[in-house]
Design a protein around this ligand. Structure first.
Ligand code: HEC
Ligand code: HEC
Ligand code: HEC
Ligand code: HEC
Length: 436
């Protein structure tokens, strides 16, 4: 009887082990065969779902950028109307498109849709007949490298963005970051390559680890449209203003030297700069960049599914996935790490809001001075101070994640902005004292 039981138990165990072994072998072959191409991907293929046939795991995780449920203290993927949250912004951007409509960024999958919906491009009726140039599409879609290859870069930047509406349909995806031949990372946007050349660097010399950030630096950077490039006059050519360096001071000097301004402020009449999103530039000044940690390390961590390790393409706030994003390197509890992020963000928000208040007052006081008959000569320096103060405020506010990526640098930029705003207001009070 005992032997029979032993026999049956052994038989069951052997059977189960067999099952396990065959499952392991299946998984292994699954892992191997996942990379045998099911479809041929052409050089300019913009459709993410076509790439997805060959790389289902990466595609499935990429599709999850559709998820809009996560919200953190300052980030996340929820659609938030930032103007409603902070009406002071309407004053700061008076006379410029951002004062009409400004929402928090969402996942990459929404890039084309969100640009079409924003009042900034669509005009108040949202019909997509706004004045923005087609250069605005550059950071939204893998149709961009396709169109650039097909028609040339200058041709792409020409014209109104509404004209390209039927051509730019696929949201940010595979062809933006990958070479279809071997899936290696590639830079598809000429502006980044040209910005490196301006600095006397060759982007082809970048290491693999640097490429894991440079693919993001194609879009998460400061930029402007230069309409005065010799030989390309009139074309709003996309340029990253990095010739003097990437700090707020370097880029401010760059814009001052060419007397560039995005718009004239409606109240103060200051020649204003709108910072875009100098995310990469700020990240470079932080301790993680210094230790060689890339954007992908935190925003695209490795993930394991069915025994297969792959890169999570659900690019999002890392706070929604601290285990994979941070705890690979840090041994602290998740709550502790989140708290570390929040304290940095809260402290920098505290001083950024002080700067915001000072700027609102400066714009209104400058208007008062104009109303009382101040002259252009009297106002010149004041307007330059306002321009500089708001540029620094915006550099800090718009570099999404900046107060975590590099809290010390953001602190420095805000305090230099407070300084410029105080200068403007002292000069204004002197001027107003004489006038009244
Ligand atoms: C050490 C990890 C780390 C690195 C490296 C890193 N980030 Fe972040 N990033 C974060 C954290 C943490 C936040 C804050 C998220 C939040 O507030 O929910 C963040 C926020 C962001 C945000 C705003 C996200 C949101 O939900 O609002 C963007 C965009 C971003 N990072 C892009 C980048 C880019 C581009 C790079 C590289 C140039 C980079 N990050 C490098 C950790 C990192
Ligand atoms: C082709 C341009 C482009 C590239 C390349 C790109 N991004 Fe983005 N990213 C965007 C745009 C545009 C948005 C805002 C989308 C929206 O709100 O509709 C965005 C949004 C984000 C967000 C906010 C998502 C959320 O859920 O809050 C994060 C985080 C982010 N990007 C990180 C990265 C990282 C990390 C890389 C590199 C691995 C990268 N991006 C590469 C253009 C780009
Ligand atoms: C914003 C840039 C970006 C986009 C968009 C993107 N990838 Fe990736 N992808 C990366 C990075 C970064 C890695 C890590 C590469 C490395 O370290 O060698 C990666 C790795 C991969 C790999 C190698 C295997 C792995 O998982 O590590 C595959 C395959 C891949 N991606 C497929 C895709 C597909 C399919 C799409 C479109 C649905 C896509 N990627 C979109 C940046 C991107
Ligand atoms: C690839 C490794 C790596 C990843 C991933 C990583 N870190 Fe770090 N982190 C470091 C290193 C290295 C330092 C520098 C300190 C040191 O050398 O010990 C650091 C420093 C820090 C600091 C102190 C720096 C400061 O700003 O004062 C904080 C806070 C921090 N990390 C939080 C995070 C969070 C939150 C995440 C996830 C979103 C994260 N880290 C992801 C490696 C990493």
């Amino acid at each position: 009887m005992k032997n029979w039981i032993l026999f049956i138990v052994t038989a069951v165990v052997v059977f189960l082990l067999g099952m396990l072994a065959s499952s392991v072998i299946n998984r292994k072959s699954e892992a191997k065969f996942a990379y045998v191409p099911k479809v041929e991907i052409s050089e300019n293929e913009p459709r993410n779902e076509v790439w997805g046939k060959n790389f289902p795991k990466e595609y499935q995780s990429y599709i999850q950028t559709l998820d809009t449920t996560f919200q953190s203290y300052q980030g996340g993927s929820k659609m938030i109307d930032l103007l409603e949250e902070d009406p002071r912004l309407v004053i700061l951007w008076a006379g410029y498109g951002f004062s009409k409509d400004y929402n928090q960024g969402r996942g990459h999958y929404y890039a084309v849709e969100d640009l079409q919906n924003t009042l900034r491009t669509g005009g108040p009726k949202g019909k997509g007949d706004g004045p923005m140039p087609s250069t605005c599409w550059t950071c939204k879609s893998p149709d961009v490298p396709r169109l650039m290859n097909e028609h040339g870069v200058d041709e792409f930047y020409k014209g109104k963005w509404a004209d390209k509406g039927s051509e730019v349909v696929d949201p940010i995806g595979c062809a933006d970051c990958h070479d279809s031949k071997d899936m290696s990372l590639q830079v598809t946007r000429p502006a980044l390559i040209e910005a490196f050349e301006e600095m006397g660097k060759d982007i082809n010399q970048a290491t693999h680890q640097e490429m894991r950030s440079l693919v993001c630096a194609q879009c998460h950077v400061e930029y402007y449209f230069n309409k005065n490039i010799p030989g390309k006059e009139g074309i709003p050519y996309l340029v990253f203003p990095w010739k003097n360096g990437m700090s707020s001071d370097d880029m401010e000097k760059y814009y001052d030297d060419i007397e560039f301004s995005d718009w004239t402020h409606k109240l103060s009449k200051a020649p204003m700069l709108k910072a875009q999103h100098p995310g990469y530039e700020v990240y470079l000044t932080g301790v993680h960049a210094d230790r060689g940690v890339s954007c992908a390390d935190c925003h695209m961590p490795y993930k394991t599914e069915g025994g297969q390790k792959f890169t999570d393409h659900k690019i999002q706030s890392p706070l929604n996935n601290v285990a994979n994003s941070c705890q690979v390197c840090h041994r602290q509890e998740a709550n502790k790490l989140i708290e570390n992020v929040y304290t940095r963000q809260k402290k920098s928000t505290e001083s950024r809001l002080k700067l915001e208040d000072a700027l609102v007052k400066a714009h209104i006081e400058a208007k008062k001075a104009w109303d009382l008959g101040a002259t252009e000569v009297q106002m010149k320096d004041i307007l330059t101070d306002i321009r500089h103060a708001q540029w620094r405020w915006d550099y800090a506010a718009a570099s999404h994640g900046g107060s975590f990526h590099s809290p010390v640098e953001i602190g420095r930029v805000i305090s230099s902005g407070l300084d410029a705003a105080a200068e403007a207001r002292i000069k204004l009070s002197r001027l107003l004292a004489v006038r009244i």
